[in-house]
Design a protein around this ligand. Structure first.
Ligand code: HAX
Length: 439
């Protein structure tokens, strides 16, 4: 058995025993109460699932196995140039809860290189779609097309025991993550570069090879991709793409189906598609104002006109966070180091100075601060990746690391089919009437 797989199953076996004992003793303990506002309001903050790879604090932001983003940038093994962590290291950390050594990260890079072969029919399926099909539509189609390779699905057909589910889930996870950059780069090149594809470079790490296949060779862009793939990987289990992957996975749909479903959720403008919306909104603002260096007053006017048109300001607000997103700050720090004089980046920073006060003034927005999507587009444009309809695919490739690590845990811990209870409004009205009588 490979060393990561062995480490994972040792940890999972121990935690499963602990979980069993904990539930035997405390299974009836209440951890939450649910209000009608939560039931009607998108289930905000209802504690209802276990998610091992990461945890989100409204004030501090995301922690991956207890480590903040600044800590990860310092502690995870870096790429050959610059100081950004390799996402391989984050996957290792999320899967087994330990910061890997450089040797362990190199081993994982090598594993993903060897598993990266994408079956030919996947490219044929992609080529049958219109080139202007949204890249996220192409991405989910390609992931579903790769399901022919699912070891979980094959082993389930053969009559695998429940206790073995984790093993092919791990194998599918490793293969799927290895293949995603190739598929994602293929979509980019067919959509925006006349189908001139670039073969993988087997000497590069996972994120750098992705940058290479996109066709952007600048070393700083490879560093950006390492950082980007690290910070977008996970945001605990309640967000829509993570929760969807978890829910679909709980039916024993294999990792390909589960992840494809998660990517359909990521494609919504209130979630991952916000990264394309942000840069489009900025470009439209610059067009409308007729300048690439607007003043704060001009930006404020444009923000107000967006709100007056009944639209949201993309890249601002969050269902959980109540401070500027540390993922936004990490990208801002990257920009301060690599491109402090970029006009576009300076617009992003001025928007950051202007928007929170205006949103706060509306009196209803719970978090007026920027989220992860507020900065990413300006960095990508700087390196020539201007086709913003593609941005959510980049997010999706990264998100695979977290949601698939979590799926491995779900199968190893034997989590059951997820099936919460829904209510009708009539049931709620009758419940309130009954409660009023009994008071
Ligand atoms: N601009 C204008 N209004 C906003 C707003 C924003 N950026 N953020 C929230 N609001 C509004 C909501 O639309 C809501 O208005 P109504 O009561 O009239 O419906 C009100 O403020 C209360 O919303 P909330 O409780 O603060 O926020 P929610 O938890 O309901 O929603 C969202 C969180 C992220 C969906 C929301 O802040 C939003 O729409 N932001 C803009 C889109 C965006 O950036 N999405 C990406 C989020 C991060 C992510 O998942 N990335 O992948």
């Amino acid at each position: 058995m490979d060393p990561l797989k062995q480490k994972f199953i040792d940890k999972a076996t121990a935690l499963k025993a602990e979980m069993k004992a904990l539930l035997a003793e405390h299974g009836g303990t209440k951890v939450d109460e649910v209000t009608l506002s939560q039931i009607f309001g998108g289930a905000r903050n209802i504690k209802m699932m276990v998610w091992e790879p990461s945890e989100l604090d409204p004030i501090e932001g995301i922690r991956f196995r207890g480590f903040s983003i600044p800590e990860l940038r310092e502690k995870l093994p870096h790429g050959p140039t610059g100081k950004e962590p390799k996402p391989e290291g984050l996957f290792w950390l999320m899967l087994v809860g330990e910061i890997p050594t450089l040797d362990e990260v190199n081993w994982l890079t090598d594993q993903w290189r060897h598993r990266c072969n994408v079956p030919e029919h996947v490219f044929k399926v992609l080529d049958s779609l219109p080139v202007d099909a949204h890249p996220m539509a192409q991405f989910t189609v390609a992931i579903n097309a790769m399901q022919t390779e699912s070891i979980f699905a094959r082993r389930y057909d053969e009559g695998m025991k429940k206790t073995e589910y984790w093993d092919p889930t791990y194998e599918d996870t490793m293969n799927l993550i290895a293949r995603l950059p190739r598929v994602a780069a293929y979509i980019y090149r067919r959509s925006y570069h006349q189908g001139k594809h670039i073969s993988p470079d087997m000497t590069q790490d996972w994120a750098a090879n992705f940058a290479h296949m996109l066709g952007i060779e600048k070393p700083d862009f490879k560093n950006l991709m390492r950082l980007y793939m690290t910070i977008h990987a996970d945001h605990e289990g309640g967000n829509a793409s993570a929760h969807t992957t978890h829910l679909v996975g709980s039916t024993l749909s294999d990792p390909y189906f589960s992840f494809a479903a998660g990517m359909d959720a990521l494609a919504g403008p209130l979630h991952g598609l916000a990264n394309q919306e942000v840069i489009r909104w900025i470009f439209r603002m610059l067009d409308a104002l007729g300048t690439t260096t607007p003043t704060k007053e001009q930006i404020a006017e444009y923000v107000k006109s967006t709100l007056a048109a009944g639209q949201v300001i993309p890249g601002y607000g969050h269902a959980v966070l109540r401070r500027p997103d540390p993922r936004f700050i990490a990208q801002k720090e990257f920009a301060e180091e690599y491109m402090p004089d970029s006009d576009l980046v300076n617009v992003v920073w001025k928007v950051f100075e202007v928007v929170p006060d205006i949103l706060e003034g509306l009196g209803k927005v719970k978090n007026p601060w920027p989220n992860v999507d507020a900065h990413s587009g300006a960095l990508l444009v700087q390196y020539g990746l201007k086709e913003y309809s593609y941005y959510t695919v980049l997010f999706g490739v990264s998100r695979a690391l977290g949601v698939l690590a979590a799926l491995c845990w779900a199968r190893a811990l034997g989590f059951p089919l997820e099936r919460p209870k829904s209510l009708t409004t009539d049931w709620v009205k009758a419940f309130i009437a009954k409660s009023a009588v009994s008071v």
